[in-house]
Design a protein around this ligand. Structure first.
Ligand code: MN
Length: 151
């Protein structure tokens, strides 16, 4: 089968792709720091997922959240750490992270370099949940995540 050129999304520059807009990660603004989002591919009926590229700037972090849908993440730039459930792990180039359903998570870039990753999600997905005040209080006390988490 011949592959049509339109089926390939070409890289344009420094972690950007032809015709793809670079958006702020979330429009609300206060729960994350220095994150951009690019949607690289939308789902199709027989592959109902989206492929996105996120980049967290040096020292930045994503929103602390959980949701019913899962994430499948591959690091493609820089380094950092990820909080998944009750652990914090180091992340580097080509490391792959699975975020299970209803598991608290947060990504953080290293202080001196960005953390860029590809993320696969279901096309149809629920909205992320934030911790309730009671849950936040518990998380602020939980070892070993309390020193990492940014609520
Ligand atoms: Mn998430």
């Amino acid at each position: 089968m011949r592959v049509r050129k339109s089926m390939i999304l070409y890289r344009e520059g420094d972690y950007t792709w032809e015709g793809v807009e670079v958006h702020p990660y979330k429009e609300d603004g206060t729960l994350f720091k220095s994150v951009t989002r690019q949607t690289l591919a939308k789902g199709t009926p027989n592959l109902p997922v989206e492929l996105r590229y996120f980049e967290v700037g040096p020292g930045g972090h994503t929103t602390f959240e959980r949701h019913e849908h899962s994430h499948l993440v591959t690091v493609v730039r820089g380094s950092g750490q990820v909080l998944v459930g009750e652990s914090v792990q180091n992340l580097g180039f080509l490391d792959v992270v699975q975020i299970p359903s209803m598991t608290w998570h947060q990504f953080r870039a290293a202080e001196d370099e960005p953390l860029g990753f590809l993320c696969v999600v279901n096309e149809i997905r629920d909205r992320p949940q934030r911790p309730t005040p009671e849950q936040a209080e518990e998380i602020r006390r939980a070892e070993p995540i309390k020193d990492f988490v940014r609520l």
